[in-house]
Design a protein around this ligand. Structure first.
Ligand code: BGC
Length: 452
């Protein structure tokens, strides 16, 4: 679509779309990050057993997977914009249930609702933004979602800290998510449906009007509509459509990236950083929390760098550089635990290595896994295929988050982090061998590539 677009004309609109819809990403980051602090106070109030705590924490990840799968179908059926609008209301509902929860059952219900909402947002926002941005800045626009995820995580750490001494502070921590959710709802009211979905739904005039709003000339609009129509001559087939041979490779790429983004261990750091810092000998709890904030900030800043480079350098070189950084970081974290632990330099080595690892993730697999998943699937199956890849992402997140501490107990820190290093090496080979460069190509050009 966008190879023929003059970027300056629609730059502003594309960035506005990315930021407003990206509030869904902020909520993704906030709601996954906030529980780490809130659980301490919830525990104080309700006296939960460790199994009950695990359920409150991890049920969200399970239902996020289910939300992503459902979202695949409904975004294809009802449109991307409508689904994000309803999803914003789901976020509000979840926040209200959690803030008012009188006991464990309501807490679990609230986490289920928020989980569903995050799952829907995690696939629909990148999809919506990818279909509304010109190819010359699609990397920047889609990855704005990842930047807002990382900002959401840091905001959650900050809110946890700010309310840690307030009576019933945990209710504020969980309930405040309703604010950005309302902003998402209001913002989405002002954004259009994507022209690609409209054209595919046969609503050509509306699709044309959106393209006009985006700054395309009459000839350009005709050209784009023609290109999209050429790719949708066949009927949409839902999940059954995924079995076609030309989809095998894009599905391997999308699901592979979704899997590797998680099994290389990112959320062991995002969810358990204070625990890891304490294990490494960082003295007080507050020093560990400070170090955790440091991790969050490095995550945000490096994501900004990725955003600026994605459409210039390309996806693949950044993936290769980023994963290499992760491998080094993990090898050194593992190594540090073999050194005598009294030395202050060991804590420093662990903190530094974790920062290198996070920076590697933030410049590579963090933004680019979501970006490529939003780019590679043909329009006809884009929703369901993205839903399936996002399900793989959430399920692997769930398994890693649930098993990390047991793994450390079972095989020790060094072997655990070196296992993640090994999986990172596998993901590097996967990227080098299988993942194509998608920079600068329109979604339709990418689609035509699979058919060839
Ligand atoms: C991942 C999340 C992770 C976050 C950290 C996202 O791309 O999907 O699982 O917590 O990045 O920045």
């Amino acid at each position: 679509m966008a190879s023929i677009v003059k970027p300056k004309r629609n730059r502003r609109m594309a960035i506005t779309v990315a930021i407003l819809a990206g509030i869904g990403g902020f909520l993704f980051g906030y709601d996954t990050g906030v529980i780490s602090g809130a659980i301490l106070f919830i525990n104080e109030e309700f006296g939960l057993s460790s199994v009950q705590q695990e359920v409150v924490i991890s049920i969200l990840l399970l239902f996020a997977g289910i939300g992503a799968l459902i979202a695949g179908r409904i975004t294809d059926r009802f449109g991307r914009r409508k689904v994000i609008l309803w999803d914003a209301l789901l976020f509000v509902l979840g926040a209200v249930i959690l803030a008012c929860a009188p006991g464990l059952p309501a807490l679990i219900a609230g986490r289920i609702v928020v989980g569903l909402a995050i799952g829907v947002a995690s696939m629909t926002v990148p999809l919506f933004v990818a279909e509304l941005s010109p190819s010359t800045m699609r990397g920047l626009c889609v990855s704005m979602n990842q930047l807002l995820i990382t900002i959401g995580i840091v905001a959650a750490y900050g809110v946890d800290f700010a309310f840690s001494t307030t009576p019933d502070g945990w209710r504020w921590m969980l309930g405040l998510a309703a604010l950005p959710a309302c902003c998402l709802f209001i913002g989405m009211l002002f954004l259009p449906e994507t022209p690609r979905w409209l054209i595919e739904a046969g609503r050509i005039a509306e699709g044309r009007a959106v393209l006009q709003k985006m700054g395309y000339t009459v000839e350009e609009r005709d050209d784009i509509i023609g290109q999209v129509q050429r790719h949708i001559s066949e009927q949409r087939e839902g999940f059954r459509g995924l079995w076609r041979p030309e989809l095998r490779l894009p599905l391997i790429i999308g699901m592979g990236l979704a899997l590797f983004q998680q099994i290389t261990g990112i959320n062991t750091i995002i969810y358990y950083a204070p625990t890891i810092f304490q294990m490494s000998g960082v003295g007080s709890a507050s020093a560990s929390i400070l170090a955790t904030v440091g991790v969050g900030v490095v995550n945000v800043l490096t994501t900004v760098v990725a955003l600026l480079l994605l459409d210039r350098v390309g996806r693949k070189p950044l993936l290769i550089i980023g994963i290499s950084g992760m491998i080094f970081g993990l090898l050194f974290v593992g190594l540090a635990w073999l050194l005598p632990h009294a030395a202050l330099s060991v804590e420093r080595l662990i903190s530094l290595s974790l920062m290198v690892y996070i920076a590697g993730f933030a410049i590579g697999l963090g933004p680019i896994a979501w970006l490529i998943i939003a780019e590679i699937y043909p329009l006809k199956v884009r929703g369901v295929a993205m839903g399936l890849s996002t399900l793989v992402n959430w399920m692997s997140n769930f398994v890693v988050a649930l098993t990390f501490l047991s793994l450390i107990n079972l095989i020790g820190q060094t072997a655990t982090f070196w296992s993640f290093a090994l999986l990172s090496i596998c993901s590097l080979l996967f990227v080098i061998k299988v993942v194509p460069e998608t920079k600068g190509k329109s979604l339709e050009q990418l689609e035509a590539g699979w058919k060839r």
